[in-house]
Ligand binder design. Structure first.
Ligand code: 5GP
Length: 112
């Protein structure tokens, strides 16, 4: 199977600004930020999308969500949004599950 873009970043083949790494995930700055604070929480296991996650991924999914809270606390964010784009119709462009954390500007609801 061909490596995903994010697997190449995880393995250091493609550079990225890394804010955190542990045995399960990395956190990097988004290359095309949609808010003053925009980072991606990416599991090391290349699950293609949330739809592809299985029951045995439940602990990993929990870890990723928990990590979002940790990153927000570390950055001193008061309000922030966590987004998963699932599938092309929802705007997913990289087929390796990732959680966006967006903050630093007013975030409208409903999202576009
Ligand atoms: P998606 O649209 O799949 O939910 O999000 C993919 C995100 O990855 C986009 O926000 C895009 O800007 C970001 N991205 C794409 N290529 C790169 C890259 O090479 N480096 C980094 N740091 N972010 C990337």
């Amino acid at each position: 199977m061909e490596k995903t873009l994010f697997s190449k970043i995880i393995e250091g083949e493609i550079p990225a600004e890394r804010l955190h790494e542990d045995e399960h995930c990395i956190v990097i700055k988004d290359i095309n930020p949609q808010a003053p604070f925009h980072v991606l929480v990416i599991p090391k296991e290349p699950i293609a999308s949330l739809s592809d996650a299985k029951e045995n991924h439940a602990a990993l999914l929990g870890h990723l969500m928990w990590q979002c809270g940790q990153m927000a606390e570390q950055a001193g964010l008061k309000g922030y949004r966590v987004v998963i784009n699932n599938g092309r119709d929802a705007g997913q462009t990289v087929d390796h599950l990732h959680l966006h954390i967006l903050a630093g500007r007013s975030l409208t609801w409903p999202p576009g």
